[in-house]
Design a protein around this ligand. Structure first.
Ligand SMILES: [Zn+2]
Length: 306
C-alpha cells in the first residue's frame, strides 16, 4: 500500500515539474518548420530556466532540432512539445552557440547527432560546467542528469557549408565570433529562413558577455545581404529581415558613443552617464545586461587601441 502511495506521489511530482515549465509559443514557418518561442527574459524561478527559442525541422525520417534549453528537464519539455507536431524522433541537434540556455538540453536527446562550430564544441567543453552551475544556482536545485554533450560533427572558423540532412537543405555559416567566439548561423535554403542564434534578438537586450561587438556589427551586415525572408532569433518573436538594421544601428551607435568617450579619456562609468540609452530602455533585461554590455564594449575598444 505504502509503495503504491509513494509511486503515485512520485508520479505527481514529475508531472508537476513538467507542468511548472511554461509552454512555448509554437509558430509554424512552413509545413515542416516550426519555431518554439520560449518566454523572453533571463532565467528565473518563474520561467524555470526556459527562456530560449528552438527551431524544429521535420525531415523525411526524423527531426532536426536547433537549440535545446538550459537543462535536461527543459530539453525533455521541448521534446514533449515536438511530439505534438510529429511522431518522428529527434535525430539531429544543432547548437547555435555554447551558452547553457542553447546547449545543455542536448542531454535529453540520447543518440541524436550533435552539430556545432568547432569553437562552440571547445567552449562547451571548457565552460559548460559553469553554465550548469549558473542554472542550478538560479533555480536552487541540482540537475544531475544534465550532462555536457558537445558536438561530434563540427564546422571550422570562417566556413560556409551546404549539406542535405534527412532531405532538408541547410547552409551552415560560421561568422566572425560575434555574440560568442563559437557562433553559427543556419539558413534553410528551401524555406529562405535564417536561424540566427543570439546574433539576432528581439525585444530583449543582446548579451555582450562573450561578445566581440565590432565583429557582431559586421555579421549583422552579412545577415542583411542574405537571401532570406524569415529570421528566427535566439530570443523574442520571429522577425523579418528588414528589422535587422534597427538592431545594427543601436549596436553601432552604442559602439561609436563608447569609442568617442574612450578617445576623450573617460572611464567606462563616466561614459555610461553620457550615453543616450532611450532605444534600449524598454527591452527585457535592460537593467541586468546594459552595465556589462557597456563595460565589454569599452574593454574591446581599449584592446583594439592598445
Ligand atoms: Zn547566448
Amino acid at each position: 500500500m505504502m509503495r503504491w502511495l509513494w509511486i503515485a506521489v512520485a508520479a505527481m511530482y514529475s508531472v508537476s515539474i513538467q507542468a511548472g515549465l511554461p509552454a512555448p509559443k509554437v509558430e509554424k514557418i512552413t509545413e515542416r518548420v516550426y519555431a518554439l518561442l520560449g518566454p523572453v527574459g533571463l532565467p528565473d524561478k518563474k520561467n524555470q530556466g526556459y527562456m530560449v527559442n528552438s527551431t524544429v525541422i521535420i525531415g523525411e525520417h526524423g527531426v532536426i532540432l536547433i537549440d535545446t534549453g538550459f537543462n535536461d528537464e527543459i530539453g525533455a519539455h521541448i521534446k514533449q512539445v515536438i511530439t505534438t507536431l510529429t511522431p518522428k524522433p529527434v535525430t539531429h541537434i544543432i547548437n547555435t552557440h555554447h551558452h547553457g540556455d542553447h546547449s545543455l538540453g542536448n542531454s535529453a536527446f540520447p543518440g541524436a547527432q550533435v552539430l556545432s562550430t568547432q569553437k562552440c564544441k571547445e567552449l562547451l567543453e571548457s565552460d559548460g560546467y559553469m553554465w550548469i552551475d549558473i542554472i542550478q544556482n538560479v533555480l536552487e536545485r541540482k540537475f544531475p542528469n544534465t550532462k555536457l554533450v558537445p558536438a561530434s560533427d563540427t564546422f571550422a572558423a570562417g566556413s560556409t557549408t551546404d549539406r542535405v540532412i534527412d532531405g532538408v537543405k541547410l547552409r551552415f555559416i560560421v561568422p566572425l565570433g560575434s555574440h560568442t567566439p563559437g557562433d553559427m548561423m543556419i539558413v534553410l535554403l528551401d524555406e529562405k529562413t535564417l536561424i540566427a542564434g543570439d546574433i539576432v534578438v528581439q525585444n530583449m537586450a543582446p548579451s555582450f558577455r562573450d561578445a566581440h561587438v565590432k565583429h557582431w556589427i559586421a555579421t549583422l551586415d552579412q545577415i542583411a545581404a542574405l537571401d532570406v525572408k524569415t529570421i528566427i532569433p535566439g530570443h523574442g518573436p520571429v522577425m523579418l529581415p528588414k528589422q535587422v538594421p534597427e538592431m545594427r544601428k543601436r549596436m553601432s551607435d552604442l559602439y561609436a558613443a563608447v569609442e568617442a568617450g574612450y578617445k576623450k579619456g573617460l572611464t567606462d562609468s563616466e561614459i555610461r552617464k553620457t550615453l543616450d540609452l532611450s532605444e534600449w530602455r524598454d527591452m527585457v533585461s535592460f537593467e541586468q545586461l546594459m552595465g556589462i554590455n557597456i563595460n565589454r564594449t569599452f574593454l574591446e575598444i581599449e584592446q583594439d587601441n592598445f
